[in-house]
Design a protein around this ligand. Sequence first.
Ligand SMILES: [Zn+2]
Length: 360
Amino acid sequence: MPSVPGVADLMPPQADVDWAVLALDLGGTQVRAAIVRGDGTVVTQRRSRTPVEGGGEAIVQACLDALAACRDAHAAAGGSTLLVGIGIAAPGPVDPIRGRVIDPPNLGPSFHDTPLAERARASLGLPAFLDRDTQVAALGEGAFGAARGCADYLYLTVSTGIGGAIVSGGNLLRGPDGMAGELGHLPVDRDGPTCGCGAVGHLEAIASGSAIARAARRKIDAGESEPLARLALARGPAFGAREVAEAEMTGDPVAASIMADARDAFARACVGFVDVFNPALIVVGGSLAAGQGDRWLEPAREMVAREAFRVPARRARIVPAALGDDIGFVGAAVLVAERLGLQVGPPRALPGERGRPGER
Ligand SMILES: [Zn+2]
């Protein structure tokens, strides 16, 4: 990967010096920043609402303010931890080589081709690196989460949309444009609904939270589900996949069929992923998948066992992500370490894990 301005300005710290990064997790609703240590520990956090209505410059300023607040808190706390760089997880599409956010649909029309890494570097005086949020998440799960010690895995996040990342032979697949790994845009039904990206029958158009909510609204408009209509009225604009899942649990057959379609599309995609990538693990994160748990993962495991090629199907395990809300922060530390040639770890213990971290 071409070098990024700023790297040469910084001598790698001595191995015995504790290091940390300034991490930024930019989303459509929140700007979150943190100090993350080289062992994956999230130390200081700041968060604010993403000022989408204020336009691109307001969003950039909110990012810089959050980073500066974390840096100042870190300095005020004293200690010997050296801040080595800034890692940024941003919604795609991004250009990770030039550190630019291209035109993410959820940050408004004026947030276009924004050199966020360069702005952060100029403002805070540290080398800054940026990648798509799902790529960053995959790095985090690989170093500190469910894919620890695994060289061949896929990461999928299933929430409002569906994102992904591919790690093969220990390397994140980026592609010449940095856009590889958009696993949510795999076609799974050529007669299926139109995706947010404009194409037809993509996984995201059937199995994402927004797709499930859209399917439910169609059924409500057609007068086919009284329970869904009641929930939509009660929850207003908050009505979404969570409510559809709730209606399924209370026995509404229409909601059950929408959720079954989503799980089936996800399972079908996993069969393709196993056949194509031969992953040892498929790590599944995101609020929708987390809320559903094994209800979401088990049909995929069963369909992979039944329909994928025999040898890769026996190897592939489909598991929940381990890092939760911190995934962007932790991944940002790994991103900076990767670009600066630093070693991460030893890893912290995961929630609920016994014994020494790293020993399995
Ligand atoms: Zn699509």
